[in-house]
Write a protein that binds this ligand. Sequence first.
Ligand code: AMP
Length: 498
Amino acid sequence: MNLLFDTLTGVGAADAPFLERPDGSVITYGDLDALTGRWANALVQRGVKPGDRVAVQVEKSPENLILYLATVRAGAVFLPLNTAYTLSELFYFVSDAEPALIVCDPTVAPRVVEFGMTATLDATGQGSLADLAAASNPSFDTVARGPEDLAAICYTSGTTGRSKGAMLTHGNLTANARTLVKLWQFTAADVLIHALPIYHVHGLFVATNVIMAAGASMVFRARFDAAEVLSLMPRASSLMGVPTFYTRLLDQPGLTAQATAGMRLFISGSAPLLAETHREFEARTGQVILERYGMTETGMNTSNPYDGARVAGTVGPPLPDVSLRISDPETGAAVAIGEIGMIEVRGPNVFAGYWRMPEKTAAEFKPGGWFITGDLGKIDEAGYVHIVGRGKDLIITGGLNVYPKEVEAEIDALPGVVESAVIGLAHADFGEAVTAVIATGGKAGLTEEAVLAALAERLARFKQPKRVLFVDDLPRNAMGKVQKALLRETHAGLYGGS
Ligand code: AMP
């Protein structure tokens, strides 16, 4: 028994579609046995043994997914890497994880060989590993793996310090996939538009594992294109996306109730979905986006309900098998309902620790298996969780705590503001000075004085920004997260310090 592989491939009927490629050709669940068998044999021929890491930095393709499944089947540990990482970043990951094999694009392979054993795979699914798989035996003795065995190591996007490798077990991934299938009511009849990257847990585990654990299928696209995704909706039932997918879809004049009539579920996560996007999407389509919250280390922790109120600006109650509590960031004591604090979670989804970092792991767990997420939030009377931001984005100014989200909400309500990011910058008197960066979408007209005057009536003095900066757009990473660390770096000297 290989817990994760069997869970993912054991439900879909042999003749049922698993994945439709952009050219319309289909991989069925029945095809997966021979396909993953060939790829698993290729991995073994390249020296991969059970427990070994397989580092994969390649473009999104169906073969990339097959490689994931084959790695799990061979009892090895899948280690996906963002294609945007540079060679020196790649060097850090491979020296930390010591993979038995690095699978990379043929164009970079000549420079990656000095890091270790390499094989290649390009955006079209071709390369030395694909060639080897094609020439390999389709039958493979699946390696037995249990709940405690590692299935993947995913490096956290880590905006400060070194990236940490989160160790995810067969038990973690299986439990989360099964819980989400039930909660979101996925069945074999579902067709997911898969347009997320697969080097990240959202596209790789939430999207792929959930679809497979339901025996459902996916329409597979290498990247998100709003017009194309809209055109796929009549033959799909669901979409999983980052908030940017939804703002881009709203820019499509063709996004109507009729265009989305066949869809039963739109899910958003990885970054906060603006309440305004949620409402606008409902007004245009009649569809209520379901927002959920998770992270690399834990998979999904909370979700708005399938049946029941999906409340804009919240991430819903904890999943049925996840416990969640809020604690005082300084004392660690539990806080009262409605109060903001550090989100801690416990459950079968919570990872096994950071790869080769026992001290970091120990520092982020509390007795009883509670993982300190690093996110600040609160639970309301209805049991719904609200995320207020990352703990490290909290601003301490003149000794007082300022939650950026509270200030951002006031700024976002001002006319002419598309969105905002509030950050703390070094300041000689205050320690940190509250600073607002406002995206205007390229429109002129808004002034610093006007913003400050408007906020003067709405926020306590210590929460009011000391300065307001304007940009066309906020910097975001591929998962739609606003890069506050980058903003802090860019404007570090605003108040004179460094
Ligand atoms: P990652 O490990 O890259 O998946 O990033 C996880 C982080 O993304 C979480 O710790 C949260 O800070 C943030 N995040 C994920 N989903 C949401 C959401 N629905 N709303 C707000 N923040 C989110």
